[in-house]
Design a protein around this ligand. Structure first.
Ligand SMILES: Cc1ncc(COP(=O)(O)O)c(C=O)c1O
Length: 396
């Protein structure tokens, strides 16, 4: 297949990342091990989160956050039917872990200026049954976190930050993912850094950390701080094989941890190059009179230093989105919906009878008129930007 002229993502792996992976392969110790520990510690130190636990995907991180919230070892655990707020522009596995954990999602519309959750709709949607909120930081941008945190604190909501699309973004010098009780990150190949597949879940309390670690690995007591205590309370069992909790196997391998860590160490470099590229691209687009009438670009929210990984665009009403996207795709510009558009439009929502018919005006608009293109981490030439802009111009 021909390489697209402007792909959503360039191959994210440098030779030095792959060499780290090869070192692990050569050690023949491929399962979870010291590299995973090293990555977790490094991650916590940089992002300033208390605990970081690496998993095999961002989806698994979201699942573990929800499962931790309902776990019988958790004090004040959530009960079946408790409400969790979630923006209607979200990813599939931002949502499903809520349902898979017996909780009730309540959708909130988004704000067209930031593409993130709409704070006014959020205030309207909070009820006595609302116990938690899963916020999605979209494509590297976020809401005014001061205002948002004021709302969550006032209503004593547990906060889960789905930061799968926003690693490296800071609000007032504080990394996204360090605000919530839990936060999830994804290292899938289209995100800010990549380990192939992989993710991280961060949490703030020692007890949540213990629960998540056991859920990640079969419900095992192995490696927990309380391992000895659990063993002495279960003398009838082989102390090496005690299943203290329910569980999954969502562990990463040291191969993915070593590649992820190698990329993570260059996070600042990626942020810098993407910001330079974004500025260059947007400047060229905005200078074009024809395009600036029909394309809306999304500004970074105030006080945010964003690590955008794509360039979201809203088309004006008079442009037929599907026809336009087909034309630019044919000319080598890869596109995709903003996350998955309005998730309430998906057939799985209908099957599980989750739509209460409420209107989500802005999410619909993003669904019907929005898309995004890539934002490379390599140096981008003026010639390439010029061609990108002219492909858009010819296709309008
Ligand atoms: C907002 C959001 N949450 C969660 C995920 C899931 O991450 P992963 O692909 O690592 O499972 C994604 C994936 O693209 C995402 O965009």
């Amino acid at each position: 297949m021909k390489k697209p002229f402007y792909p959503l993502i360039e191959n994210p792996y440098r030779d030095k990342d792959i060499i780290e992976g090869i070192k692990i392969l050569k050690s023949k110790k491929l399962t979870i091990g010291p590299k995973t520990d090293e990555f977790q510690k490094y991650f916590s130190k940089k992002i300033k989160t208390k605990f970081s636990i690496m998993v095999n995907s961002g989806s698994s991180a979201n699942l573990l956050a929800m499962q931790c919230l309902i776990n019988p070892y958790r004090k004040n655990r959530l009960k079946p039917g408790d409400e969790v707020l979630i923006p209607s522009v979200c990813w599939s596995t931002s949502l499903w872990p809520i349902i898979q954990s017996g909780l009730k999602p309540k959708f909130v519309d988004v704000d067209l200026k930031s593409l993130n959750i709409d704070l006014n709709d959020l205030k309207r949607k909070i009820s006595k049954k609302t116990k938690a909120i899963l916020i999605v930081h979209v494509l590297g941008n976020c809401v005014d976190m001061n205002k948002f945190m004021r709302i969550t604190k006032k209503h004593k909501l547990i906060l889960i930050e789905d930061t799968c699309e926003s690693l490296g973004t800071k609000y007032k010098n504080k990394f996204l993912g360090s605000f919530g009780d839990f936060s999830s990150f994804s290292f899938y190949s289209s995100h800010q850094i990549s380990s192939g597949e992989g993710g991280m879940i961060c949490c703030k309390s020692n007890s949540d950390h213990e629960i998540i670690k056991s859920l990640r690995a079969h419900g095992w007591s192995r490696g927990l701080k309380s391992e000895k205590k659990i063993a002495s309370a279960n003398k009838h069992l082989d102390s090496r094989f005690i299943f203290y909790n329910s569980g999954y196997n969502l562990r990463p391998t040291d191969i993915t941890a070593s590649i992820g860590l190698s990329q993570f160490k260059d996070l600042n470099k990626f942020i810098k190059q993407r910001s330079i590229n974004r500025l260059k691209i947007l400047t060229k687009f905005k200078k074009n009179k024809k395009l600036s009438k029909v394309l809306t670009f999304i500004n970074t929210t105030r006080d945010v230093k964003a690590h955008w990984f794509g360039i979201p665009i809203l088309l004006s009403n008079e442009i037929n989105r599907n026809k336009f996207l087909k034309k630019i795709e044919n000319k080598g510009v890869e596109t995709r919906p903003i996350i998955s558009g309005n998730f309430l439009k998906q057939p799985s929502i209908k099957k599980y009878k989750l739509n209460n018919q409420a209107k989500f005006k802005n999410s619909d608009l993003i669904n019907n008129h929005g898309f995004f293109i890539g934002l490379p981490t390599n140096y981008i030439t003026d010639k390439k930007i010029k061609k990108l802009v002219s492909i858009f111009e010819e296709s309008i």
